[in-house]
Design a binder for this molecule. Sequence first.
Ligand code: SAM
Length: 190
Amino acid sequence: MKLDRILPFAKILLQKCVKPGDIVVDATVGNGHDTVFLAELIGKTGKVYGFDVQEQAIQATKERLVQSGLLERVTLFHKGHEGISSSIPQAHHGLITGGIFNLGYLPGSDKTIITRPETTIAAIEQLLTIMAPEGIIVLVIYHGHEGGAQERESLLHYCRQIDQNFAHVLQYQYINQQNNPPFIIAIEKR
Ligand code: SAM
């Protein structure tokens, strides 16, 4: 298959906007896969800010970063991403070039702890405000679980009304697959 699958495409988008030395955000660190990917992209001089509400996720991510020798490039916050703006130092506001939200629940964990539309949208709005022009936010939207469809609809509604003079908004989705496969919304600040 020549078309990029969903998760590889999320990485391609991040590779386009993130360079060594950049400041980036992993808004849902989970088991830390995206955090490690971002920490590699930003190199020794950049910084990743990571958020998760679950201690288990923060610990799993920390361990993965230690194993990869990347921990010093990352600051982890055991708190909701709706606190992005107040958690990231002022000195880095305006410099953030990339961010990822991998939505839904932590695989292998409590399926009732899910991302929620109100807090996800609050976080996106804050991140858009403190991003650099041409910075990209990648949303990977899982919607097969309980509460997932509601978050999907809220996000689609929110993203469709973003002023096109403020940001470009892309939807990348396979439309003939079964079982509610994830899809991407990417928001590029202008
Ligand atoms: N990107 C992760 C990885 O590579 O393993 C997977 C993320 S998982 C699909 C979603 C994560 O979002 C869970 O770990 C969950 O605890 C977290 N989460 C839920 N609500 C949150 C919030 N308000 N702020 C930050 N993280 C949240």
